[in-house]
Every structure is written in C-alpha cells, then in structure tokens.
Design a protein around this ligand. Structure first.
Ligand code: NAP
Length: 473
C-alpha cells in the first residue's frame, strides 16, 4: 500500500487526514496518510525517508520553505512563490509543488481581480502565495500590512534570486519565470497605516483568530468599510472574528476551507495521476463545507462558554464512544463520569459497588453536579444516572442532553458486560433495566439518536441534532 505523510511541527488539530481519507475512498486510492510531527533538526531525516521508500508528503508550517533545498525539481508555481506544500516521490527523486495556489485560485475564481487593489495582512508563507496569485491575475496594487515593514522592503528585492541560490532544484517544466514586476505592485505598510488604505479585498494571512484564540481579530472593525470582500485563510473556526466583523460591515466573506480542500484535491491528483471531475470536486467540497458549518453552528461564533453536552442511555449503548468522538470533533473537553468517579475516589467502580449501590449513587450525584459546571465539555454519564431524583432534576434543566437509544439485543450481542456491575452476573437484566429507565431517558433528553450500527453515523446524527437546535434560535 502507498504511504503519504504530512510534515509539520504541530499537527494534532490538522483536518488533512480526514480530508485525504475521504477523497481516497471516493477515487479508490489505497494509501495511508500519516502525520509526521517533528522538529527542524529532523527534517533531513524525514526527507530522506521520502525518496528511499517512495513516500509522498504534504508540508505545512514551518517547513514549506525549508524543504526547498532538499528537492530535485520544483514546478513553476513553487519556484515563483518559493514554497512547497506537496512533494511527490518517484524513482528516488523528489518533485515539489505548491497546491495552495490552486486552492486559492478555486476560492477566488468567481471574483475579478484585474485592476483592483488588495490589502494582505501578514507576510508569511501563505501571504506569498496570495500575493503571487493577485499579481498573476493583474491586481492593480497589493498592500501588505506587516510588523516588519522595513525588513521586508529590503528583502523583497533579492527574494527571487535568493531562492535560486539556496536550492539545487531545477524546474522540470522548464518554465520561464514570469516577470511580474513584483516590487512595483507591492507596498509594505505598517498596521498603523491601514486606515488610509481602500480597495476591493482584505485578506487575512496571519494566524490571528485561529482556534483556540477565536476572539482575536487582526484589525479593528473600522478597517472593513473601505473594502468589499474579506477572505480569511483560517478554516478553524469557519467563522472567525475577522469574518464576523467584515460581514457586519456588509462585506462578502470567504473562509479558508475551500482553499484547504482544493489544495488537498490537487495534491492527490498529482500523486495519483487521477484527474477528478469538476462534479466530484464540488461534491467533496460540499461534504466538508456542510460538515464544518454544522460544527461551527454548535460551537457558536466566538462563544467560549458553551454549556456541556450530556449523553445518557443504557450501559453499552455507546455513550463513551460517542462522547469521545463528539468532543474531538467539537474540540471540547471530555468527561466520562465513571472515570471521573474512579479518579475522585481512587477506587474502581466495581469496588464502590461492593459498598452498596446507594453508596455509589451518592458519589455519582456529587460527581455529576461537579462535572456539570464545566464549559465546552461533553459528559458521558453512567447508565444509571437517571435513577437518582436530584440527577433527573439537574438534567431536566439542561438544554443539551442526548439520549442514545440502542436495543437490548444489540447491547447483549456486542458489549462485554463483565465490567458492568449490575449486569455481569445476569446480562439479561438489561431488559428490566431498560423497562425501569426508558421513560426517564426519553423525558430528560432534548435529542434522541438511535445507535444501530456505525459510530460514524452516531456522531453525524448527534452533530445534526445539535446543529438543528442552534438554527432554531
Ligand atoms: P506563517 O508563515 O507563520 O505566517 C504568518 C504571518 O502572520 C507571519 O509571518 C506574520 O507576518 C503574521 N503574524 C503572525 N503572528 C502574528 C501576530 N501575533 N500579530 C500580527 N501578525 C502576525 O504562517 P502561514 O503558513 O503563512 O499561515 C498563516 C495562516 O494561514 C494560518 O492560520 C494557516 O492556517 C492559514 N493557511 C491556510 C491555508 C488554507 O488552505 N486555508 C493554507 C495555508 C495557510 P509579519 O511578520 O509580516 O507581520
């Protein structure tokens, strides 16, 4: 099986594995996509792996420029921009591409750039792709707001030349480097100057406002009145404070998700030689657009203090599995109430049950009260949490209680009940328990979802019901 990787220094929140696996499935491409998170002193070692084992790679912060000297060939766009986010490994040779450019061009293809002025915030790797795209499409002026105005002014004169000196790479397309007179079109400015700038588009290429610092915005809301379009390259969250302010000021707003999805599409086309149809590409983007919009709705725009989501249901109904996946998707904390009780008491649940069920319920009641104070948290409760009146009262006042309805037959056939104190000696007791608790589950929940098989379906359904509530507001 083919192996692909993502190189970067901080990858735990990357959406790329999910996007790649989804596309591989659609086009029938058998490959893994592994995260390779490492420090700069290990870059050479990882690059050598690629050519030795014919592994392809995507490259993200902070290695997009640093990989250049190790590559055998660069395509024309990667050369001009001076950064590579996709490496194809073939017969021991490494070919570098910049598919961010393609992602950006798909994002902006419906907008006429020619003759218009833009303000780009920040001058890092992504900004260079943005500027190159704007220049290639005949933008009139590109103002670049940077914290290091003087430094960039000096550097830009030699930037293209420097790239060739620093890399052994040659363009295998023999492309002529386009003379774009980059100096004349670009003006570096300080943030204090941006109030005097007006133009068609304002583009955020800084990480300000990116998860988890979602309340931050790189500019004050007054800046937007001078522009018509705002693009934020950030895709997590989908609606950044920057885009919310821009929208409030009447601008058309675009987030970075399309760029992210289309750069992945292009990378996969390069690696596989398979060209996806326009409708396939549209469908792939639509899938992620709807998925991440749903997550964004549940999390709220800039709201860092969402009440917890509680999951209730029979033992073995999938509460812990759903809770873990849901918290990962929403980037919420996760509390398994049984684990919480065990760490609080330093005893196993089975040991506490030896003291009597009522002793366990007392501890469970206190633990639920404590856990329910948490914000931005998914809490998987124990199956019996609903038998205690105080717990029912607490849950009845909450607005995010999900009941997982799973049949007793499925639970018996699928779940190891040995570590369930009430069921281990008599698994069929599940039917009695269901009878005792089903009305509580149904009356306390705000949403009921059925678990009849796949965990993916369960998570998708939970996200849908939670998002539908946000829409009702
Ligand atoms: P980068 O190379 O680190 O550049 C970011 C630039 O932002 C810096 O060079 C700096 O510019 C500015 N900046 C950083 N911290 C700042 C701060 N605290 N205050 C003001 N300015 C600050 O990163 P990058 O690769 O360009 O990525 C930038 C953003 O674009 C990230 O959020 C990334 O996720 C996103 N991105 C999205 C896609 C996509 O597909 N949607 C693709 C690439 C990147 P100055 O020093 O000049 O001020």
């Amino acid at each position: 099986m083919k192996k692909n990787m993502l190189f970067g220094s901080t990858l735990s929140h990357s959406l790329s594995p999910e996007i790649h696996k989804y596309i591989y499935n659609i086009i029938g491409y058998e490959s893994t996509y592994e995260l390779a998170e490492f420090r700069e002193n290990e870059l050479q070692k990882y690059i050598e792996k690629l050519s030795k084992f014919d592994i392809n790679a995507n490259v993200t912060i902070p290695y997009k420029e640093k990989v250049l000297p190790y590559l055998d060939f660069l395509d024309e766009k990667a050369q001009r921009i001076g950064s590579v986010n996709t490496i194809k490994s073939e017969n021991g040779k490494l070919f570098g591409y910049n598919t961010d450019y393609y992602g950006l061009s798909e994002t902006l293809k419906h907008y006429n750039i020619s003759g218009k002025s833009f303000l780009v915030l920040g001058y890092g790797g992504a900004a260079k792709t943005v500027i190159q795209y704007l220049i290639d499409n005949n933008a009139e002026r590109v103002f670049v707001a940077t914290r290091k105005k003087e430094l960039h002014k000096k550097l830009i004169d030699n930037e293209q030349t420097k790239l060739y000196e620093n890399t052994q790479a040659k363009s295998y397309e023999n492309a002529q480097i386009k003379e774009c007179n980059i100096n004349e079109k670009i003006e570096f400015i300080s943030y204090s100057d941006i109030y005097n700038i007006s133009g068609f588009g304002i583009i955020n290429t800084t990480p300000i406002g990116m998860h988890p610092n979602i309340r931050n915005c790189p500019v004050s809301p007054y800046v937007f009145k001078n522009f018509k379009l705002a693009l934020d390259l950030i895709y997590m969250p989908i609606r950044t404070s920057f885009l919310i302010c821009a929208e409030n000021a009447g601008l058309t707003v675009i987030n970075g998700l399309k760029m992210l999805v289309y750069q992945a599409i292009k990378a996969i086309e390069i690696w596989t030689g398979i060209e996806m149809t326009i409708s396939q590409k549209n469908d792939i983007f639509a899938h992620f657009d709807s998925k991440f919009s749903v997550i964004s709705k549940i999390k709220g725009d800039s709201d860092l203090t969402k009440d917890p989501i509680f999951i209730i249901g029979l033992p073995g109904s999938g509460k812990t599995t759903l809770g873990k996946s849901l918290s990962k998707k929403l980037d919420f904390n996760f509390i398994d109430l049984d684990d919480y009780i065990e760490s609080k008491t330093n005893m196993k649940i089975s040991e506490i049950f030896l003291l009597g069920e009522s002793e366990f319920r007392k501890i469970e009641k206190l633990s639920l009260q404590e856990a329910s104070m948490a914000k931005n948290t998914v809490i998987s409760t124990g199956g019996g949490v609903v038998v205690t009146p105080e717990n029912r009262e607490l849950l009845s006042k909450k607005s995010n209680v999900i009941y997982i309805d799973r049949s007793c037959e499925d639970i018996l056939s699928d779940v190891n009940l040995q570590d369930r104190p009430l069921l281990k000696d008599n698994p069929n007791r599940i039917y009695e328990i269901y009878k005792e608790r089903k009305d509580y589950y149904s009356s306390l929940c705000n949403y009921k979802i059925v678990n009849d098989g796949s965990i993916n379906d369960l998570v998708e359904n939970a996200l849908k019901v939670l998002a539908s509530k946000e829409e009702d507001y």
